[in-house]
Every structure is written in structure tokens, then in C-alpha cells.
Design a protein around this ligand. Structure first.
Ligand code: PLP
Length: 384
């Protein structure tokens, strides 16, 4: 059975070009970039090159990129640095729909005595700019708001929100793990101070990420030790993965418009093909303002996990909008924050595409979705 991978917001396939570029650094080119000899020196050049490639995708300067191990590390570092450089400030602003890589960090700092404002969203997952403006105070050390939501694909108005923070002299971080390579991001225009990204959402292997820190923004490292990454992230560089992320950034930049068009056309065909043929199904999120690759659909009176299992039998990989906590299947915090009705939220599925998704895969999925939902509805314990 062929695998149809529609779970690219969870992780992505490694691009062949990325793998090819990495291979020499898993073989003969094993030196340490910090060594004085030229054998190591050639690796320092490869790391510099990757800084340039990543910076070029974002409209940044190579010195503004710090390679990390993952998006979570970048998020942790951003919050840590903002608090360490402004010890007098005790307030943070974020949203209720962030990834746990931010939400759990915020809760940690709350336990240390910080005050955190969690902004709510409306039923389409949109933030309210008036509520946001009121949340910014002279005591606010950092705003951290995701560029795009991992469950719905919603894109937040980061440029406007970063400008508003700047007017009040508040630092602004965005978790752009889902957005980099899929949404247009030009850091010459969008005045964020820090931005997190992750390689494995961008067709590299898992275990590499980056944090952008704007020139002039005061910074304190989370991981101290050697002088790697200009003293901002200690640890001998993970050269093969850094090289891979550089190439992934270059690929994303080179094919950006074409991919956005192709992927969003396939996503729209998939989404319309499903909701058109299945009664009592709704699309979650802001359909006018979201990532081109993501759709989140709720089916009334079915369990998301049961849908996933039946899709899995057909070879289709997806994600549900539920999280198994304390033995009960709770709708995700994102769908709850949006107020999606309970009998819909339970049956939510996220389908996320990539440049490798094909028309045949979309057609197969559209063809088989109704039988999955109909079968489950027949045996569903949920009734009106
Ligand atoms: N932030 C968002 C929005 C994510 O979707 C993810 C991963 O799913 C992360 C952060 C964490 O990234 P990583 O897996 O690289 O730590």
C-alpha cells in the first residue's frame, strides 16, 4: 500500500537536494569548524554559507541567524533572552493558540512569578488588535505570537502587531516554525525582534532550527559554553544539518511562488472535494488568511481518532484536533479557544500538504473520505 502523506505540519520528507548536500559532511568532511587547520576551516565556510542562505530567505543579515537544535530551543531562547536582558520587566504577552513550545514556556515563567496575558481568538481563530493594544504595558518584557497556527494554518497580522509593540518599546518574537517557506516573510519590512524556525518543517531531517535576532537587540544565550554562533549558542556546530537547512532555505526561496500556487490549488481541491461530499462538515479557521498547505475540517458526531485510524488503513497520514489527556479525548486547545462546538471539535482532522503532494493523492483521499465518515457515523455513540 502506498503512503499518502498529508501530515506535513507534523514533519516533512527530506528533500533529495538537502540529503545530497549533507552527505559529504556525514563522510569525509567531518572536521570541527573551530579548528585552526584548513580541514576544519572548510566546514566553517559551509556554516557561513548556510547563514547566508537562511538570511536570504528571510530578508535578514547572515549575522542575525543563530542555528539551534529545533524550533522549541529557538522559542525557549527567545523568551529567556528577553527576560534576562530586562530583569526589571515582569510581564509577557502571548496567545491561547500557541504551540506548547511557547505555551509551556510561558507557564514555566508564570510559576517563577511573571504575569502572562493570553490573548483570545474569535471563532475563526483571529486575534483582536484592540485587546492586544491594551495588553502592552511598560512592564511588558516580550510579546510572543506565532506567525501561523500549526492546526488551522491561520496567519496572524504579525507586521501590524510587531509595529504596535515597537511603538510602545516592547520586544516582539514570532514563532514562525510553520510559516517559514510557506508564507511571505521579509524581515526588512516586518519589524520583529526575534523569529523562530525549524528545519524539519522545511524538508530537512529533525534536529536543526534557527533563531533570528535583529541586529541591535540585546541577547543572552540559553546554552553557554564555547564561542560558536558568535557566542550566542554554544556547542560544536551540527554541520551536516546546518548545511541541509541552508539548502532547504535556498530551495524554499527558489520555488516559493510556484509552490504556493500548486500547493494551495491541491489543498483547495482536497478541502472542497471533502466538504462538498460530506454533510455536517465545516472548515475551521480563517479561510481568507491561512497557509497554502493546511486545512482543518470538523465532522459532526464522529471521533477524530477513529477517522485517523480508518484513514491509516487506507495509507493516508493525517492528524486530529484532539489530544489524549487523562484518558479522555479533549478537543485541542486551539479549537477550544475558537469555540468550535463540542460535537464538531471532537471530529476534527488536519490535512497538511507539501511540494511533494500529487493530484492522484488528493483524488484518492477525496474519493475515500465519505465512506470513512459514513461508516463512523453509523456506529457513532454520539446522536442528536
Ligand atoms: N512551534 C510550532 C508552531 C510548531 O508547529 C512546532 C512543531 O510542531 C514547534 C514550534 C516545535 O518545533 P520543533 O519540533 O522543531 O521543536
Amino acid at each position: 500500500m502506498k503512503t499518502i502523506y498529508l501530515d506535513n505540519n507534523a514533519t516533512t520528507a527530506i528533500a533529495p537536494e538537502v540529503r545530497e548536500a549533507m552527505l559529504p559532511y556525514l563522510g569525509d568532511l567531518y572536521g570541527n569548524p573551530s579548528s585552526m587547520h584548513s580541514f576544519g576551516g572548510q566546514l566553517a565556510e559551509a556554516v557561513d554559507n548556510a547563514h547566508e542562505q537562511m538570511a536570504s530567505l528571510l530578508g535578514a543579515d547572515p549575522d542575525e541567524i543563530i542555528f539551534t537544535a529545533c524550533g522549541s530551543e529557538s522559542d525557549n531562547t527567545a523568551v529567556w533572552s528577553a527576560l534576562q536582558t530586562q530583569p526589571e520587566k515582569r510581564h509577557l504577552v502571548t496567545t491561547r493558540v500557541e504551540h506548547p513550545a511557547i505555551l509551556n514556556v510561558m507557564q514555566h515563567w508564570e510559576r517563577q512569578g511573571y504575569h502572562v496575558t493570553y490573548l483570545g481568538v474569535d471563532n475563526k481563530g483571529r486575534l483582536n488588535l484592540d485587546e492586544y493594544a491594551q495588553a502592552l504595558t511598560p512592564d511588558t518584557a516580550l510579546v510572543s505570537i506565532m506567525f501561523a497556527n500549526n492546526e488551522t494554518g491561520n496567519i496572524h497580522p504579525i507586521q501590524r502587531m510587531a509595529e504596535m509593540a515597537k511603538e510602545k518599546g516592547v520586544l516582539f518574537h514570532t514563532d514562525a516554525v510553520q510559516a517559514v517557506g510557506k508564507a511571505s516573510i521579509d524581515l526588512k519590512k516586518i519589524p520583529v525582534d526575534m523569529l523562530s524556525l525549524s528545519g524539519h518543517k522545511l524538508h530537512t531531517p529533525k534536529g536543526i532550527g534557527a533563531l533570528y535576532v535583529r541586529k541591535g537587540v540585546r541577547f543572552r544565550p540559553l546554552i553557554r559554553g564555547g564561542h560558536q554562533e558568535r557566542g550566542r549558542r554554544a556547542g560544536t556546530e551540527n554541520v551536516p544539518y546546518i548545511v541541509g537547512l541552508g539548502v532547504a532555505a535556498q530551495l524554499a526561496a527558489a520555488h516559493f511562488e510556484e509552490e504556493r500556487f500548486n500547493v494551495s490549488s491541491l489543498r483547495n481541491a482536497l478541502e472542497q472535494g471533502i466538504v462538498k461530499n460530506i454533510p455536517d462538515s465545516i472548515i475551521n479557521g480563517d479561510v481568507d488568511n491561512r497557509l497554502p498547505n493546511t486545512t482543518n475540517i470538523s465532522f459532526k458526531n464522529v471521533e477524530g481518532e477513529a477517522i485517523l485510524l480508518m484513514l491509516d488503513r487506507l495509507g493516508i497520514c493525517a492528524s486530529s484536533g484532539s489530544a489524549c489527556s487523562s484518558g479522555s479525548l479533549e478537543p485541542s486547545h486551539v479549537l477550544r479557544a475558537m469555540g468550535v462546538p463540542f460535537n464538531y471539535a471532537h471530529g476534527s482532522i488536519r490535512l497538511s500538504l507539501s511540494r511533494y503532494t500529487t493530484q492522484e493523492e488528493v483524488d484518492f483521499t477525496v474519493q475515500h473520505f465519505p465512506e470513512v465518515i459514513n461508516t463512523l457515523r453509523m456506529i457513532s455513540p454520539f446522536k442528536e
